[in-house]
Design a protein around this ligand. Structure first.
Ligand code: PLP
Length: 394
């Protein structure tokens, strides 16, 4: 039986009546850009995440770019990003006017740690971007502590991690980053024990690209923050830098979120946690099926984390041969990511070379993602797990 890597039609078919009615409502209103639908989504997502402010924007890439622009970089100011992530993380840093500085990641969680950030820290470091890769949060307590101690801004790239949580260890958040007056993050924490991705740093960036756990019908993104002034600035930057028509306090861009996207996302949001449970169930099944298979390392979830598995990613031997073997059997797989960002042609001028970030460089040769979407049946998961097992026993 073929097993697709992802089949978005199944989710649409489940929600068809609700979604079609909602789309029809927006079309009838002919209100397509920002407006009450986007505002309602912002409020609902802020409430779901436990953050005071959320601003809808045109993509996850812009959700990184606009808060960075709001920090008003001086030439040579640096932002530390992992080399093992989607290109947008570093691309947004570059396009904002900051210089990206690449760090390595933890070989088990695939995420940055305070240690890996610290290893490339310089006196020009103004911000860090922990990416919550594949749906598991980077260790935010130690990262916040490090950044706070050095007056740096923490922007969480939560594009793949909406709904992921981490047990919260209280850290007194000293002063606020320069230029930002705000409510304290402490005030915004609703749950005593857990904090969600995008509610742990100074700001968080989300993507609503269709393949994300909360996916729209096109591009979309959202910025979260506990800093009121930052939320206002991002809201201005998304409409060319001014709230009053034809008056521009700063040079922004067009990064408006469509009402149609917001409406679809509002239909989907109440199902998000149930879908995450489906992904977790599938991951647990893979864990059983792949236990003890030599040459395969299943994902490691840090004890304080709730993983939402936007991707279920193995480290394996003979990765490319495994992918070909699966493909011959009609089983889809994904490769996130085949090349470290420090080695991308466009960042050559930054001076990195092969061997600089060994964990990233090893992971780019070993990782493979298996189908994990919540609508998969137990039979399909068993089929995939059995095929992987067979490959390594043959
Ligand atoms: C980690 C990460 N950051 C940023 C983005 C950018 O999001 P978008 O494609 O919505 O611009 C993505 C999208 O895949 C991502 O995975």
């Amino acid at each position: 039986m073929p097993v697709p890597f992802l089949d978005l039609k199944l989710q649409y078919n489940d929600l068809k009546a609700e979604i079609d009615q909602t789309v029809g409502r927006i079309v009838a209103s002919q209100g397509f850009v920002l407006g009450p639908e986007v505002q309602a989504l912002e409020e609902e997502v802020a409430d779901y995440l436990g953050v005071p402010f959320a601003v809808g924007v045109a993509s996850g890439t812009d959700a990184l770019l606009l808060p960075l622009r709001a920090l008003e970089p001086e030439p040579g100011d640096e932002v530390i990003v992992p080399a093992f992530t989607f290109f947008a993380t570093a691309g947004a840093v570059w396009n904002s006017g900051f210089t990206p500085v690449f760090c390595d990641v933890d070989p088990d969680t695939f995420n940055v740690t305070s240690e890996s950030l610290e290893s490339v820290w310089t006196e020009r470091t103004r911000a860090v971007i922990p990416v919550h890769l594949y749906g598991q949060m980077a260790p935010m307590t130690e990262i916040r502590e490090l950044a706070r101690g050095r007056g740096a801004f923490v922007l969480e790239d939560a594009a793949q991690a909406i709904g992921a949580r981490q047990r919260y260890s209280a850290v007194r958040l000293g002063g606020e980053p320069a230029g930002i007056a705000s409510r304290s993050l402490e005030e915004s924490v609703r749950s005593e024990d857990w904090r969600k991705a995008g509610a742990s740093g100074d700001a968080g960036s989300f993507s609503f690209f269709p393949t994300k756990n909360l996916g729209g019908f096109g591009d979309g993104g959202l910025v979260t923050t506990s800093h009121e002034k930052l939320a206002e600035t991002v809201a201005k930057l998304r409409v060319h830098g001014g709230m009053q028509m034809y008056h521009h306090e700063m040079v922004g861009t067009n990064s408006r979120l469509d009402a149609l996207q917001a409406a679809v996302l509002r239909v989907k949001l109440p199902y998000l946690d149930t879908w995450a449970e489906g992904r977790q169930r599938n991951a647990a099944l893979y864990g059983e099926l792949l236990q003890g298979v030599e040459g395969v390392r299943t994902p490691w979830v840090a004890p304080d984390n709730d993983h939402v598995y936007n991707q279920y990613t193995l480290r394996v031997r003979q990765r490319d041969d495994l992918r070909a073997y699966l493909s011959e059997r009609g089983i889809g797989s994904g490769l996130y990511y085949p090349l470290g960002l420090h080695l991308q042609d466009c960042f050559k001028a930054l001076g990195s070379k092969v061997g600089d970030l060994p964990v990233t460089e090893t992971l780019t040769k070993e990782v493979v993602s298996l189908p994990i979407f919540p609508e998969l049946t137990e039979g399909q998961i068993t089929e995939v797990g059995t095929a992987v097992r067979e490959f390594y026993s043959s």
